[in-house]
Write a protein that binds this ligand. Sequence first.
Ligand SMILES: *Cc1c(COP(=O)(O)O)cnc(C)c1O
Length: 394
Amino acid sequence: MKKSENQKMEFETLLQHFAEEEKVHHAVVQPLFQNSLFVYKTAEEFVDRLKDRNRWDYSRVANPTIDIAERKIAQLEKTDRARLFSSGMGAITAVIMFLTKSGDHVICTDSAYGPTKIFLQDILSAYNVETSFVDGRDVNAIEQAIKPNTVMIYMESPGSMYFYIQDIASIVSLAKSRDITTVFDNSNATPFYQNPTEFGVDFVIHTVTKYLGGHSDIVAGVACGRDEQISLMEAEIAVTMGANADPFAAWLLNRSLRTLAIRMERHSQSAFVVAKYLESHPKVAKVFYPWLASHEGHELAKKQMRGASGLLSFVLKDDSKQNTFQVINNLRIFQIGVSWGGYESLAIPFATSGVINPFASESTEERWAIRCSIGLENVNDLLNALDDALKQAK
Ligand SMILES: *Cc1c(COP(=O)(O)O)cnc(C)c1O
């Protein structure tokens, strides 16, 4: 593409062309720079190499293939800069370590991704950083948890498992009034359906392993934010901690991003059809999907999101372990495994007592739910598979 064409582009066009003006040997596709270092012809050139951002040095610090992914994702998230990491947890831990020091206090939504909570609770606490986990749906609870030494509010919306929605604008305005930095895990909605920086969020994080990668063949993560903050975070934490992305993962990511918009549209359309089907099924007690009117966060979701992804959960009327496991075991097409956001549909059981339990007041018995990641298969095949599995259920 000619440089003069690099004006305002819509999301789908950015995915195809942004940050790809320079064509190496006229090749339409960007090459993979799978090298650890860059070499220079003279001692003078070597000593001057870092004066120019287009000169490269060492791939733990920066690499041209990784740079394309970073520039593109920063643009999609409407931020200045992005830093790619070797995993979502690499991005999350780097940003949290950048923002906190001994003696600080942080607030985290209790429906956040499990390993994020483990990092705050078990690892950061050993460095004298204290975390309060609060119900992210309750802005008052967040306000009450604020202490004089609170430096960060960590959000994830939709949250994990039940997809609880947080009121981003209200939480950010509260944080800003107290000089607290906000960090947001936007992995579920992706920048296609939600841009937290439009509400003033400071740092946006993604696991690339899920929708951004989309093909279940990459483990990577990314942190986005304002130029000066991401640059400082790189200089003070990321480059030294070394959770840098591998160029090949970035190259696969650059390829995967081309289809992010059309993949998300399909995930979303199919998940909505599946959610509606499950909601009307006589053997299903409850479906959790933010785009269903019955989801408790639906109104808020419509305000701050442009759509919902392919993740949903449901509970059977007979939500015993035996019945729930049997449905999963009888499901054709859906595979059983962690992660989500790939081309393939997945279904896993989870004990509703293990995470925030929406039925806690109703009973003390162990109850089970099913989380599905709706893939890119034909939705009628998915509906037939669910129908057959539910026919055999109690
Ligand atoms: C999987 C996941 C992560 C962690 O990403 P990895 O690439 O596995 O390290 C972070 N946040 C959410 C919401 C996730 O689902």
